[in-house]
Design a protein around this ligand. Structure first.
Ligand code: FMN
Length: 204
């Protein structure tokens, strides 16, 4: 229930920021959608047109990411926008399940900053915090009419090392996700996932 409320809260923030965006730019967006409509229409988008993603749009997505909740409000994230074609292609070459990046104009890399992570047993909350930021970015992309897909990096050591090397990340920074972003070609549709067998009321 708590995570449901968290996602709803994030989506409300996203919907508000998309309304702001629609006032300030001429980009296509879905700002007439309610928060719940954005949640249910989000899907992984791996096919893009030749259209660009603006710096303003990337900033909107990064701001949505950093609006995420985090344990003790530690905000242990760093987000890198990548638009450099050579770097995008290097990521695509290194990462086995990220080939859609060759078609895309941009990516956002959500990283955990271990100098900001909690100490002791709470340290690994950075993974959940950065996952919440990643989901916020996916919802924001849907809200402003972009297509995006989460590519998992941490905890696969080889992928972490490859992303660190390609983006020259410091060793206290761990990349959690590469979110590939572009103008959607319109191929993908949301999957229906609701399963009443996985919903429990008071008893298992
Ligand atoms: C932790 C995580 C890692 C993922 N890694 C990849 C990936 O490396 N490549 C990819 O194409 N999709 C990746 N995905 C996207 C999933 O394949 C996708 O979310 C799933 O198939 C459900 O489809 P939907 O996003 O359209 O609802 C990842 C998703 C998550 C949550």
């Amino acid at each position: 229930m708590k995570s449901g409320l968290t996602i709803l809260g994030a989506a409300l923030a996203v919907a508000a920021s998309s309304l702001l965006l629609s006032c300030s730019s001429g980009t296509r967006d879905n700002s007439d959608k309610t928060a719940l409509e954005v949640i249910h229409s989000r899907k992984s988008v791996r096919h893009y047109t030749d259209g660009k993603v603006s710096d303003e749009q990337l900033l909107t997505l990064a701001k949505a990411g950093m609006a995420a909740p985090s344990a003790k409000n530690a905000q242990p994230w760093q987000i890198m926008a990548v638009t450099d074609r050579a770097k995008l292609d290097s990521l695509g070459t290194a990462l086995p399940y990220t080939k859609m990046i060759f078609e895309a104009p941009a990516a956002l890399v959500v990283c955990g900053d271990m100098t900001l992570a909690l100490e002791g047993a709470s340290r690994d909350y950075w993974v959940q915090d950065c996952s919440a930021a990643t989901q916020n970015i996916l919802l924001a992309a849907e809200a402003i009419g972009l297509g995006a897909v989460w590519n998992g990096i941490y905890p696969v050591t080889e992928r972490v090392n490859d992303v660190r090397r390609i983006l020259s990340l410091p060793d206290y920074v761990i990349p959690l996700s590469v979110i590939v972003v572009g103008q959607p070609a319109g191929v993908e549709t949301p999957k229906v996932k609701w399963d009443e067998k996985k919903y429990h009321i008071n008893e298992w």
